[in-house]
Design a protein around this ligand. Sequence first.
Ligand SMILES: Nc1ncnc2c1ncn2[C@@H]1O[C@H](COP(=O)(O)OP(=O)(O)O)[C@@H](O)[C@H]1O
Ligand SMILES: [Mg+2]
Length: 349
Amino acid sequence: MSEIRSEAVSVTIEDLSLSFGPTEVLKGINLTIEPGEFFTFLGPSGSGKSTLLRAIAGFGPMPGGRILIGDDDVTQLPPWTRNVGMVFQSYALWPHMTVRKNVAFGLEERKIPNKDIRERVNEALKLVGLLDFAERRPSQLSGGQQQRVALARTIVIEPRVLLLDEPLSNLDANLRIQMRRDILELQQELKLTTIFVTHDQEEANTTSDRIAVLDQGIIQQVGSPIELYDEPANRFVADFLGTANLIDGPLETADGTSLFESDKNHTTMFRPQDMDIQPLPGEAGPDDVLLKGRVAHREFLGNLIRYNVTVGEHSLIVDDPHTTGRQAFAKGDEVALGLDTKNIHILTD
Ligand SMILES: Nc1ncnc2c1ncn2[C@@H]1O[C@H](COP(=O)(O)OP(=O)(O)O)[C@@H](O)[C@H]1O
Ligand SMILES: [Mg+2]
C-alpha cells in the first residue's frame, strides 16, 4: 500500500522584510521552526500573519532576507517548486467534482500513475475520516467535512510543510474545537512540520508547540503557550494573551506605602487570578503585599467570579475561583487583596 509519507523538515526565516509598495508590512523577521513542530503565528488582524505564511509558500512580493525549507534556500523559487501545502479559510473545492476527484486533482497534475493515485487518495481520505464520502460532491457535505476534504487534498501531495491560514474561522464554535483536535492528531500522526495562522489565542494555546506573537509586522515574542502567558516580554503580549492588570504609576498598599514606583518606561503587570480577595483586614501570606479596595463591579462566570476592584486611582481585575456555595463579595464591599510579589512583572514596553 502506498502510504502518505512525510519527512519532517525545519523552516528558517532570516532577516525577512516585505513591502507592498511603500508600506513595509514585515520587519526583520528571524525564526526557526523545528522539524515536526506545530508552530503558530498569532496576532491581531493586519499584523502580517498571512503575508508571512504566503511568503513561505512563495506568494506575494519578493521579500528581503532568506527563507529556507530544510537546507534549501527557497527565497527565489516559484511556489510550485517548494512542495508546501496550504489550506485556507475558504475551502476552495471544485463544486462539480466528487470528493475523490478533488483530492486526486493535485496528483493527476503531477502525472502520478493511476493505481498510486487511488491508493494515496484512499489513505488521505481515511486520515481525515472521509473514506465513506469519496463519491459525494462538496455541496453534499457540511462545512467541517469540506474543510477535511481541503486538508486531504493538501496532505495527499506529501508536502514538506503544511501551512494553515485560519482554517477554522468559517466553522461554528463546537466544530472548531473538534477540528482543531483533529488537525493536531493528523499533524502528529504524519509528523509534519505545520505552521498555523490564527488571531484566536485559545486556538493557538490548545494546539501549538510554540507560538510567535506578531504585531505590526514584528515578532513580539516566541515561546510555548505557557511561557508566553507566564513571562510575557512586553505589554502587547501580556494584554493579547489572556487578561492582565497593567499598572502605570504607583499603587498604594493597605499600610499606606507606595508600591511599584513605575515610571514612564515601566508597566507593572499581574494576572487577575494572582490576587486573593478577602474581607478586611485581610491576611498576607509570606510573600504577599496587601492592597485595600472597593468592589466596583462583579460578573459571575460559573467557574469564577470576576471583580473590578478600585484601589486608589486604579481599577484592578480580580478573578476568584468559584466553588459550590462559596460566598461572593457584593458591589460596594471593602476588600483586601493579597498579591504574591513573585507574580508581579515589570515590563519595559
Ligand atoms: N495585496 C496587498 N496589497 C497591499 N497591502 C496588503 C496586501 N495584502 C496585505 N496587505 C497589508 O499588509 C498588512 C498585513 O496583512 P495580513 O498579512 O493579511 O495580516 P493578517 O493576516 O495578520 O490579518 C495589512 O496592513 C494589509 O492591509
Ligand atoms: Mg490573515
